[in-house]
Every structure is written in C-alpha cells, then in structure tokens.
Design a protein around this ligand. Structure first.
Ligand code: PLP
Length: 386
C-alpha cells in the first residue's frame, strides 16, 4: 500500500545521513567521552562538534547548549531548575495552549505552593499580548511561552514578549520544540534565557534533546550526579544520539530555505485544495503567522478520529486535535482556548509536512480527503455531504 506521512509535528523520519553518522558509535566508537584514553578522546571530539552544530542552528555559543533526553526533559529542567534557583519567588506564567510538557508540569507545581497565571490566545491562536505585563509580578520566577504551537503552527511574538519579561526581571523560557529546524532562530539577538529542543522533531531519533542556557542564567540542575555537561546535567552522555542530533541540526540548517519555500508551498496547496473541495471547513490558526509545514483544518459535523482512521486505511498518516482518553473524546485544549465552535473542534485534522514530502504525495492526500468527508457526513446525524 502507498503510504504518505503527514504527521511530522508528532515525530519525523530519522534522516538517512543521521543514521549513517550514528552507526559507528554503536560499534567501534564506544568510548566514554569523559575517559582520558584514546577511546574517550575520539568520541569527545565528536560530541564537541555535535554541540557546535546544534549551537549553529540557533546561533548561540556551544557552551550554552546542554544535551538532554528529550524536549520534555528540557522543559522540566528549565522550569524546575529556575524555580530551584529563585526559592523566594513562587509564581510562574505560561499560556493555555502549551504542550502538556509545560502545561501539566506548571499545573502540577501549583499543588506544591506555586501560583500560576495562564495567558490566553485570541480566535486566531495569537497570544493576547496585553495580558503579559499584568501577569508578571516581582514574585514571578519564570515565564514559559512556547515559540510555535504544535497543533496550529501559530508562532508567538517571542521577542516582543521577551522585552516585557526582561523589564520585570523574570527568567524567560521558550519551548521551541516545534520551531527549531523549521524557522530561523538567532539567540545572539534574542531575549530568551532558556530554549527547549527535541531531536525527533527535526529528523534525529527519539530520546535526545537539548536545552539552550544563556550565559549567566542561574539554573539548578534537574539531574544531579557526575560532572557531565559542566555539572548542568549529570549522566554519561548518550553519544550516538548526540552525534545524531548534531547531524540533524547541520541538515536542518542547510535545508532551512527549502522548508520555508518548497515545503511551505506544498502545505499551502494542500490546504487550499482541501478547503476548495470540502464545504463547511475552516483553517484553525493565523494563516499569516505559522510554521511553514503545518495546517490545522476543521470539518464541521465530522469526528477528527474517524477522518484519521479512514485516512490511515489509505496509507495516510495525520493527526487530530482530540485525544481519546479513557474512552471519552477529549477535545483539543488549544482549539478550545481559541474559542473554536464546538461543532468544528471535534472535526479537526492536523497535517504537518517535512522536506521528505513530495508533490505527488500532496496530490494523493488531496484526492482522498473529500470522499472521506462525504462518506462520514452521509453517516453523521446531520447528513451533510463534502
Ligand atoms: N513541546 C512541544 C511543543 C511538543 O510538540 C512536544 C512533542 O510533541 C514536546 C514539547 C515534547 O517533546 P519530546 O517528545 O521530545 O519529549
């Protein structure tokens, strides 16, 4: 069966060059980078290079990058590490549309004596900027605001927010897991103190991430133990995966223009054709301010999960805004925060592309979605057709 992978915000294919770069570190190059002998020295050099490549992707100094196990660990390190460094401050600010890696952690911390302010978004998924200055007080330790939303792709005005945060003296963390590798980021011109990266969103494997820590930022380590990562993250380095992330960062840097031209054009055509061919649809999120690879489309009177299953039957992998939790359909917290009408929230479909998608694959998706929507509407109690 033909397969088309259009769920790249969930995870990405590991680039063949990344696999190739990693392989020797599972066989001959198995040294521990901390070891003084030649086995250690060989790999230590390559870990240094991988750190340089990750740093290049976001234009920071390599010493400002630590490797972690995933985006979630980077988020937890940033948030818990900052709270640990400012024990007198008991307040956090985040947004209602964060990934659970940030939102669930912050909400959990409210059970441990911390107060939390959650900023809202408008109907386009854009951050309501006016709320930022009011939300930050002298008691605010950290403001954690995602760079780009994983469901809609909407990009937040991070530097504008950063300027407001800096004037109040809080630490600024951004979960940039969906942005890194898709849009250019430049830490040398930024107000960001801490930035989370996840390897498997940019064609490295699952199980590797990184955290940018601006020089001078106070951060209590999340994992204590050995001296690795200059004492900022203990544990023997996951060398093959670090090499993989370095290679993926190098490739993302090289392919950045392609992502923002060819991939964007594929996404735009896909979205336009679906909207043209299916009635009662809407695009969720500000279309003028999005990641180049993401579209989130709602089909009224249809269940997103049903679309996914029928698409999967045709070999097409996508994602819906809802998560089926313990038998009940939980609508997307992001779309609900945007105030999307109930009849649309349940019928949302996220298609997220990568540099591996082709024109022919886009044609295949365009061909298969309208009949699926027609079929589902025919059996829906509303009896609508595409
Ligand atoms: N933050 C965002 C915005 C994400 O989209 C994801 C993964 O979907 C994460 C954090 C978690 O990253 P990881 O899967 O590497 O833990």
């Amino acid at each position: 069966m033909k397969t088309v992978y259009a769920d790249n915000n969930a995870t990405t294919r590991v680039a063949p060059e990344v696999v190739e770069a990693m392989l020797p570190y599972f066989s001959d190059l198995y040294g521990n980078p901390s070891s003084m002998h030649l086995f250690g020295g060989q790999v230590e050099k390559q870990v240094i290079e991988a750190r340089e490549k990750v740093a290049q992707l976001i234009n920071c100094d390599p010493s400002e990058i630590i490797f972690t196990s995933c985006g979630t660990e980077s988020d937890s390190t940033a948030i818990k590490g900052t709270l640990g460094s400012y024990p007198e401050k008991k307040h956090m600010v985040t947004t209602r549309v964060e990934h659970p890696a940030v939102l669930n952690l912050c909400r959990h911390l409210t059970k441990n004596g911390y107060a939390l302010s959650e900023l809202t978004v408008d109907s386009q998924g854009n951050l309501v900027l006016d709320e930022v200055p009011e939300a930050i007080t002298d008691n605010t330790a950290i403001v954690s605001i995602m760079y780009a939303n994983n469901e809609t792709g909407v990009i937040f005005p991070i530097e504008e927010v950063g300027a407001l945060i800096k004037s109040k003296g809080a630490v600024f963390h951004t979960d940039a897991v969906q942005a890194v590798g898709k849009i250019p980021l430049d830490m040398s011109k930024s107000t960001i103190d801490l930035l989370s990266i996840s390897g498997h969103k940019l064609h490295a494997p699952k199980g590797i991430g990184a955290l940018y820590i601006r020089k001078g930022t106070k951060l209590t380590p999340f994992i204590l133990g050995g001296h690795q990562e200059k004492g900022r993250r203990a544990g023997t380095e996951n060398v093959p995966y670090i090499i993989g992330l370095g290679k993926a960062a190098e490739l993302a840097y090289k392919h950045m223009d392609d992502e923002n031209t060819r991939v964007k054009a594929l996404r735009d055509r896909l979205e336009k054709e679906i909207i043209k061919r299916c009635s009662d649809t809407r695009v969720n999120g500000d279309t003028s301010n999005r990641l180049p690879n993401t579209t989130n489309i709602s089909f009224e009177f249809v269940e997103g999960e049903s679309i996914l299953l029928l698409l999967s039957d045709q070999g097409i992998a996508a994602s819906s805004g809802s998560a089926c939790t313990s038998g009940s359909l939980e609508p997307s917290h992001v779309l609900r925060a945007m105030g999307i009408p109930f009849t649309f929230v349940h019928g949302s479909l996220r298609l997220s592309l990568s540099r591996y998608n082709t024109e022919e694959e886009i044609d295949y998706i365009i061909e298969h979605i309208p009949p699926i929507i027609t079929r589902l509407r025919e059996i829906s109690p509303f009896g609508k057709s595409a």
